[in-house]
Design a protein around this ligand. Structure first.
Ligand code: NAD
Length: 350
């Protein structure tokens, strides 16, 4: 068992990582919850594989448990889903002394976490992330929220879970495209903070190899995120380095109508292009873009794209910029394992 403490004063919590953990999940839950009722929020794919395993483990241990599964996908992480689930919680007569468990990827974690943060002004919750992206990123750090019709993550809160329970074995049922998406984020951690992680990833040849090292890989990523979140819980400074490749990646995703590239693919392209730009401007300490390219190819991720209309991309980036004041803050890698916030303007991209 690998375990990490996210030290946030009275909002501190542990992350447990172990293959097979989900089968006996009640044991982990008991460590932080001794109440009566538990409501599980999941999605229909995850429910099919793991819903009853979690439900039965908890019921066997004497908890009164109910469960609701939303449709899989980002569409469910919507403001419009909220009343439906609040109703289920009311039907179940969940009180502030009870517990919510989110069982799923980032969609379920963000949605269920926001429900936990807001129902009855806050109910305790535990995250059981089931995608690689949620195991290395979204389940840690307390960002919860939902999308509005006019944009993603526009309503939300910082609300820390009581525990994060990670069973890497559940990744065995994850579709390859979601596995790759998560690998984009894992590679990012190597680039921004950990050269040894990069070296390890560069020595693995396929998904089976990765799964052999998966506990250590997830631990390393969560530990990096833990360290950053402890210093900057509310995302006002250092937490920004986690956005390496994201601003440009997001603009590219948007440029292509969110249909051509997944989030992880957008981030991968963003990491490569920003590194190439930084290199051209002499901001990196070594020739890095070829290394970025090589590892992305190794993991079946894209690195480049034909951009016919750079001004459209810049427009999206400058809309982001408005949220941050007059300067544009971008993340660049100085060398592998060392990324920094760099103050510039949108002209950086011209
Ligand atoms: P997701 O939750 O939609 O999961 C992807 C797909 O995998 C879904 O179809 C799901 O049903 C399926 N799935 C999940 N676990 C599975 C398993 N073990 N076996 C088989 N299928 C499984 O997507 P995601 O990539 O996990 O999360 C994306 C969301 O995360 C976005 O909404 C994004 O905004 C959010 N996010 C949040 C943070 C944060 O800090 N809160 C950080 C990054 C991303």
């Amino acid at each position: 068992m690998k375990e990490l403490l996210v030290d946030l004063g009275k909002n501190s919590y542990n992350i447990e990582i172990q293959k097979g953990l989900i089968k006996d999940v009640s044991k982990s839950v008991r460590k932080v919850f001794n109440g009566e009722k538990i409501f599980i929020i999941t999605d229909k794919n995850v429910d099919k594989f793991y819903g009853d395993i979690v439900l039965n483990s908890l019921k066997k241990d004497g908890f009164n448990v109910d469960k609701y599964a939303v449709e899989p996908g980002e569409e469910s992480k919507s403001f419009n889903t909220l009343p439906l689930i609040y109703d289920k919680l009311l039907d179940f007569k969940l009180t502030r002394k009870d517990l919510i468990i989110t069982l799923g990827g980032g969609v379920v974690g963000d949605l269920g976490g926001f429900i936990a943060a807001t129902f009855l002004r806050g109910v305790s919750f535990i995250q059981i992330p089931t995608t690689l992206l949620s195991q290395v990123d979204s389940s840690v750090g307390g960002k919860v929220g939902v999308d509005l019709d006019r944009g993603k993550n526009l309503v939300g809160s910082f609300y820390q879970p009581k525990r994060v329970i990670i069973d890497p074995n559940v990744l065995n049922t994850l579709e390859d495209k979601f596995y790759k998406d998560g690998m984009g984020e894992v590679i990012k951690y190597g680039f921004i903070k950990d050269k040894n992680l990069y070296i390890l990833l560069n020595s693995l040849n396929n998904r089976e190899d990765v799964m052999e090292h998966i506990e250590g890989i997830i631990y390393t990523c969560c530990n990096i995120k833990r360290e950053i979140v402890e210093k900057d819980e509310k995302d006002l400074g250092e937490r920004m380095v986690l956005n390496f490749g994201h601003t440009l990646g997001h603009a590219i995703e948007k440029h292509y109508g969110f249909s051509k590239f997944t989030h992880g693919e957008g981030v991968s392209i963003g990491m490569y292009l920003i590194t190439r730009l930084a290199e051209k401007k002499g901001l990196t300490n070594e020739i890095l873009s070829d290394k970025v390219k090589e590892i992305l190819i190794r993991y079946g991720l894209p690195y480049n794209v034909e951009i016919n209309d750079m001004e459209d991309i810049i427009e999206t980036i400058s809309l982001d910029k408005k949220n941050m004041g007059s300067t544009l803050k971008i993340i660049i890698m100085k060398e592998i394992g060392n990324a920094k916030i760099y103050n510039t303007t949108v002209d950086f991209f011209r």
